[in-house]
Ligand binder design. Structure first.
Ligand code: GUN
Ligand code: ZN
Length: 438
């Protein structure tokens, strides 16, 4: 056996299955546990009392007595060029894009700016306990390049792509079908599977791509079937109306993507709020993933994601959860869970705490097809781990005096928690962040 290089001790929580179907059998919890790390991998997980004897004096044991250790959080949809767009006032999607997102994204033609923002962004994810994300760049290949280079330097597992957009956007933000194809192809060849980096073909949404460009995106996926596809779908009523006008031959918005071969088990569709039953069937039959972005949907005023309908037996959808910063308002997947709960409450639906924490760990890992590598505290998995403190703020500590169960503690974390509840984040076996608070 490889010798352990580091050990983390604390209260361990990890999921083996969706608690919605598996019940209490869906998670494992060890009150005083130890995770042994060997380089970038998890070597062993178990009771501290049993494993400590096997750890030599040279091995650092990071002990977090009251903290919860979970697999690092996974964010299934986020825009790294929107760190200075987040918190932009008073607009719904189409105006928000034009006034704020498109204006800011033009700055990413400058590779130094892109590198600087990529570093900020990855710092911020680590501060929030997020160790993997599906990330949009801008149209500029040099910005995607800068992002991958920074992620590679930190050894974070990231999925990212250069945005494809060849119409209905400012001149500084458009490519062409041919150029977008060639630039994406070069990025795939340079980065997909290099270290922990993975590529997502990223047409922004149907409105900003010609049919020729969507066809090129389909060709890229055919040529690189292990790459991802990420785009936006059915977020806002005006958006849907515009898609109808631009693609009059299509049965539906989803039908546009389907026509160009963009549906499939590695395809991530952000939002999926206003889908009809035919669209749900297309997504369901193809194994595509609907990405629920609660803080964004509330902030941009787009609508309420219907989780019950997404789980409906007729056309069950694979669902992932995401922040969608900068339409979304928090980098924290804890805050994202808290807002997801409220979005569902407004529809008389619920989100039990165990299901919620499953969603941002193993659930999202499964949605991204990465559950053999990340998303669980299990032997052989990549050692991405978050350390959480449910008493991180005075209000949390005060409320915690009344909690008696793990579920209550998790619900407190998702309702009142954010970056302040993250004590430390480990990426590939190394400490990437530690809170200054203690
Ligand atoms: N639809 C197309 N582009 C975007 C974007 O950047 N953010 C959101 N929320 N929706 C989009
Ligand atoms: Zn988005």
């Amino acid at each position: 056996m490889t010798a352990p290089t580091r050990a983390l001790r604390g209260r361990l929580l990890s999921f083996t299955d969706d608690p919605a179907t598996a019940g209490a059998g869906g998670h494992t919890y060890i009150e005083d546990g130890l995770v042994l790390l060997g380089g970038d991998r998890i070597l062993e997980v178990g009771e501290a009392s049993a494993l400590l004897a096997r750890v030599s004096a040279q091995v650092t044991v990071d002990h977090y007595p009251d903290a919860l250790l979970l697999p690092g959080f996974i964010d299934a949809h986020i825009h790294f060029p929107q760190t200075q767009v987040i918190a932009s006032y008073g607009a719904q999607l189409m105006d928000w894009l034009e006034r704020y997102a498109f204006a800011e994204e033009q700055r990413f033609a400058d590779p130094d700016h892109a590198a600087h923002v990529a570093a900020f962004f990855l710092d911020e994810l680590a501060r929030n306990g997020t160790t993997t994300a599906a990330v949009y760049g801008t149209v500029h290949p040099q910005a995607a390049e800068a992002f991958f280079a920074e992620s590679q330097r930190r050894n974070t597992r990231m999925i990212a792509g250069k945005v494809l957009m060849d119409r209905n956007a400012p001149a500084g933000l458009t490519d062409t079908a041919e150029r977008g194809y060639a630039e994406s192809k070069a990025l795939i060849e340079g980065w997909h599977g290099k270290g922990r980096q993975l590529y997502a073909v990223t047409p922004r949404f149907a409105i900003t791509s010609t049919e020729a460009q969507l066809e090129a995106a389909g060709a890229l996926l055919k040529e690189h079937p292990d790459c991802y596809l990420q785009t936006h779908l059915s977020e806002n009523r005006r958006e849907i109306e515009t898609v109808r006008k631009l693609f009059p031959w299509a049965q539906s918005y989803t039908g546009v993507y389907d026509r160009f071969g963009l549906l499939g088990s590695r395809s991530l569709f952000g939002h999926c709020i206003h889908l009809d039953d035919d669209e749900r069937k297309l997504l369901s039959d193809s194994g595509s993933v609907a990405v629920f972005c609660p803080t964004s949907n509330l902030f941009i005023g787009s609508g309420l994601f219907d989780r019950a309908k997404a789980r409906d037996a007729a056309h069950p959808l694979r669902v992932a959860l995401a922040s969608d910063v900068g339409g979304g308002t928090s980098y924290s997947m804890l805050a994202t869970l808290g807002e997801a709960y409220k979005v569902l409450q407004l529809q008389d639906q619920n989100l039990p705490a165990l299901e919620a924490f499953y969603a941002i760990t193993l659930g999202n890992a499964r949605a991204l097809g990465l559950d053999d590598r990340i998303g669980a505290l299990e032997v052989g998995r990549e050692a991405d781990i978050v350390v959480l403190d449910a008493r991180a703020t005075p209000a949390m500590a005060h409320r915690a005096e009344r909690i008696a169960t793990l579920e209550e503690e998790l619900f407190l974390l998702m309702t009142l928690g954010d970056d302040r509840a993250v004590r430390a984040t480990y990426v590939a076996g190394a400490k990437a962040y530690e809170s200054a608070r203690r």
